[in-house]
Write a protein that binds this ligand. Structure first.
Ligand code: NAD
Ligand code: UFG
Length: 338
């Protein structure tokens, strides 16, 4: 298949490009590089020994998308391109709605014009309402999001679902990711956040590297076994492969299909830190800090539907995630910057 990967230079996009190329697909990537750089795609080429086409530009530029669809016979699109920082979205709601919804609308319009019928959309566990019971199945209540980023994903899910419903030859998969962490086992590709990391794993790796003084554990008084927040961390390579399963799955299924991409297991912040220290033989300096506004105590997936229907499960362990994250960070202390 020839796959258009939007946001292809980003963390999840670049790892998915590797898996697509290694599975024998052709890849055309498009990215405006607002949160990434071209070096990640050079690393994709280095790891796979294969070429991919890259267009630098914004998805809201419909002329660019039309040109891409004219120049390539695209079979399906995997749509990663979005802004994703929860806290920033509260400060810049219009930017988040404008970018995430604008990009999705312009992509759907261009797909419509070009007659491209298959779409895999990157959504997030953040679309689930906070009052659900764990684990979260795909039928759990959505909405009541606590920030504009979450709402933008919720609205985009609606847009791509209505897009699918309006023509029965369209096939759409909505994938709700839990907490992607880790890096490619080669150590050549990984997460390279700009500025101070918001997420746990890059904060841990930068702390061990000495770029941060110590890890702030946001709250140790949650109703969890050790008092720290519990999440469903999923290795980036497992997550990337979930997209290949989704492409196969939607091939024969019109309409929209929704899947969680998680492991189904919850891991606490303290457990993650302990695993990181043990696997890598390092110390992670930590201190207990106040709870972070908007955080849930516990969030993990019901992974049964993905296993049964999609035929996909995550099997990499927390130890794999910690080892590969550190391998990437220590080999690339400044990320993709030389
Ligand atoms: P990322 O920032 O590394 O990748 C997103 C890429 O999209 C970046 O390279 C950015 O430059 C590009 N981009 C953004 N807006 C664009 C636009 N208008 N036109 C062209 N390119 C644009 O983020 P990621 O972690 O790889 O996330 C990929 C997708 O997965 C996003 O949709 C995100 O919301 C979703 N997601 C991520 C997580 C996570 O924890 N990483 C969790 C759930 C869902
Ligand atoms: N945490 C710390 N210290 C830090 C960073 C995080 O203690 O410096 C804790 C958090 O309080 C939480 C856990 O580590 O208990 C995970 O936090 P992350 O920020 O890594 O991840 P979140 O679960 O908050 O959010 C992530 C993505 C969102 C996405 C959500 C659900 O950042 O975009 O998963 O998929 F919506």
């Amino acid at each position: 298949m020839k796959v258009l990967v939007t946001g292809g230079a980003g963390y999840i996009g670049s790892h998915t490009c590797v898996e697509l190329l290694e599975a024998g697909h052709s890849v055309v990537a498009v990215d405006n590089l607002c949160n990434s750089g071209k070096k990640s795609l050079d690393r994709v080429r280095e790891i796979t020994g294969k070429e991919l086409d890259f267009y630098e530009g914004d998805l809201r530029d419909e002329g660019l998308l039309e040109r891409i669809f004219r120049q390539h016979k695209i079979d399906c699109v995997i749509h990663f391109a979005a802004l994703k920082a929860v806290g920033e979205s509260v400060k810049k709601p219009l930017e988040y709605y404008g970018n995430n919804i604008g990009a999705t609308l312009s992509l759907c319009r261009a797909m419509d014009k070009a007659g491209v019928r298959k779409l895999v959309f990157s959504s997030s566990a953040t679309v689930y309402s906070a009052d659900n019971r764990m684990p979260l199945s795909e039928n759990a209540k959505t909405g009541d999001c606590t920030n504009p980023y979450g709402w933008s994903k919720y609205i985009c899910e609606r847009i791509v679902s209505d897009f699918a419903a309006s023509d029965n030859s369209r096939r759409v998969a909505v994938l709700r990711y839990f907490n992607p962490v880790g890096a490619h086992p080669s150590g050549k590709l990984g997460e390279d956040p700009k500025g101070v990391p918001n997420n746990l794993m890059p904060y841990i790796t930068q702390t061990v590297l000495g770029r941060r003084e110590c890890l702030n554990i946001f709250g140790d008084d949650y109703p969890t076994p050790d008092g720290t927040g519990v999440r469903d961390y999923i290795h980036i390579v497992d997550l990337a492969r979930g997209h290949l399963s989704a492409l196969e799955y939607i091939d024969g299924r019109p309409g929209v299909s929704v899947f969680n991409l998680g492991t189904g297991k919850g891991v606490s912040v303290r457990e993650m830190v302990a695993a990181f220290e043990k696997v890598n033989g390092v110390t992670v300096p930590c201190r207990i800090a106040p709870r972070r506004a908007g955080d849930l105590a516990v969030c993990y997936a019901d992974a049964e539907k993905s296993a049964k229907e999609l035929g996909w499960s995550a099997f990499r362990t927390i130890e794999d995630m910690c080892r590969d994250s550190w391998n990437w960070q220590k080999n690339n202390p400044n990320g993709f910057e030389e």
